[in-house]
Design a binder for this molecule. Structure first.
Ligand code: ZN
Ligand code: ZN
Length: 102
């Protein structure tokens, strides 16, 4: 189990800007693990977040939905120039985690 001492509340302007979700401050290893897992199976990744991180189903789903699998590229539209983490797409307003993983 992971110890998460620093959580952030995040919202997506595209989905529902008034609803906040708990997003742990994942470290680089965890980000890599989650990204790889999402590519393989989004459903399993939701379960993994619930089990390993003790997050709610809603928070876990929110996280998996907003991890963009290609750095810089928006999850929802074809915008390709996202340049920071946890950023709103300038084109469609969707939140992208846009984790920089080497
Ligand atoms: Zn969204
Ligand atoms: Zn977009």
């Amino acid at each position: 189990m992971y110890v998460i001492d620093n959580k952030m509340k995040r919202a997506c302007k595209r989905c529902n800007k008034h609803q906040l979700f708990e997003v742990p401050n994942f470290n680089a290893t965890q980000k890599k693990e989650l990204l790889t897992s999402k590519v393989h199976s989004p459903l399993k990744t939701v379960k993994m977040l619930m089990e390993s991180y003790k997050l709610s189903h809603a928070d876990s789903k929110f996280i998996v939905l907003h991890i963009n699998t290609n750095y810089g590229q928006c999850n929802r539209c074809n915008y390709k120039d996202l340049d920071s983490e946890y950023t709103d797409c300038p084109k469609c307003k969707a939140l992208n985690f846009n984790w920089k993983i080497d």
